[in-house]
Design a binder for this molecule. Structure first.
Ligand code: FE2
Length: 324
């Protein structure tokens, strides 16, 4: 039986009684200016609307704009990303769903058209990028060594999901940095309060592979926050007069999580993330944010919120963590 199906039933509290909590991996050594390691991590949500609003040449639909505050946050992210001079962007995205285990895209040059299935009128994006195959294979290897079910995707022509493409475009529209993309195992959606402990292991394996290959890596967690959304769309999708939080409860839940993010240290998020998922149906349930912070060794720092805004009522924050 695959390890991904070993999640224990019952509440998080009862699980805590049954088994000791997964111990955090030892903190990574801080990368020097020219040494390898994880040089920054970003919460980088992927609403297709943000790409649509930008009118990049790769995306077929045209817009008149919209969601500017979030896009200004991404502009700041891009400026900072360049300063970090990464060798590679490693992204974990919730819409490359794998039912068994954690998959890593090892195809050297993925190219094709990524389509958002619910919003195909907003997102039909022509992508063509390079994979850091050595690092991708190293993550497969380190994940397996850590006891995870891992698999390398080596089949050419498999369509790359819109959450991977969306986060990568918004973080680096120049596409001039190699990429490694990781799938999201769908296990948490079958076990309503299953722990995110497996993402701790995947994060540690990711870091081990980055350090083994000597890469300067920036990590992207392609997650929105609160995730209830409208089921009807205005005639003009970018009509900002109808854009607002789903309700006060969802907004307040996001603000509570971001308060902890801004205060730090990240170790407080080990409890705050599951609480936020329970309160707001947060997309962080897919594990991307927990993977990112685990890979960074839950550093004793605060995150910097570069922007927050809603997209069809879902909460989205652009956040940076830079290890000291
Ligand atoms: Fe999503």
């Amino acid at each position: 039986m695959a390890r991904v199906f070993h999640a224990t039933a019952g509440s998080g509290r009862s699980a805590a009684r049954r088994a000791p909590r997964t111990e955090p991996a030892p903190a990574p050594s801080a990368p020097g200016r020219d040494r390898g390691g994880i040089v920054a991590g970003y919460l980088a949500p992927h609403p297709p609307h943000l790409v649509y609003a930008e009118n990049p040449p790769q995306n077929e639909p045209r817009s008149t704009g919209g969601w500017e505050v979030l896009r200004w946050g991404y502009e700041e992210l891009r400026r900072r990303l360049k300063q970090h001079r990464p060798d590679v962007l490693v992204v974990h995205a919730p819409h490359w769903i794998t039912m068994v285990g954690h998959h890593v895209n090892c195809v050297p040059n993925p190219r094709g058209v990524s389509v958002e299935p619910i919003f195909p009128h907003l997102f039909r994006y022509h992508y063509d990028f390079r994979t850091d195959v050595d690092l991708a294979e190293a993550i497969v290897d380190e994940g397996a060594k850590a006891g995870l079910v891992t698999s390398g995707l080596r089949e050419e022509g498999v369509r790359v999901d819109y959450a991977t493409i969306g986060a990568l475009h918004l973080a680096n529209p120049d596409w001039d940095i190699p990429v490694v993309s990781l799938s999201a195992n769908n296990n948490p959606y079958y076990y309503s309060d299953a722990s995110l402990a497996e993402m701790e292991t995947l994060g540690a394996a990711t870091r081990a592979a980055i350090e083994r290959t000597g890469r300067r890596a920036v990590l992207l967690a392609s997650n929105s926050l609160s995730h209830l959304h409208w089921d009807t769309e205005p005639e003009l999708p970018e009509d900002m007069s109808v854009e607002r939080p789903f309700d006060h409860h969802q907004y307040a839940g996001d603000m509570e999580l971001l308060r902890v993010v801004r205060e730090g240290p990240t170790s407080r998020l080990r409890d705050a993330i599951p609480a936020h998922i329970e309160a707001t149906s947060s997309e962080t349930k897919a594990g991307s944010l927990t993977w990112l912070l685990a890979a960074m060794g839950w550093p004793a720092i605060a995150g910097e919120v570069l922007a927050y805004g809603t997209v069809i009522a879902t909460g989205n924050a652009v956040v940076e963590w830079v290890p000291s």
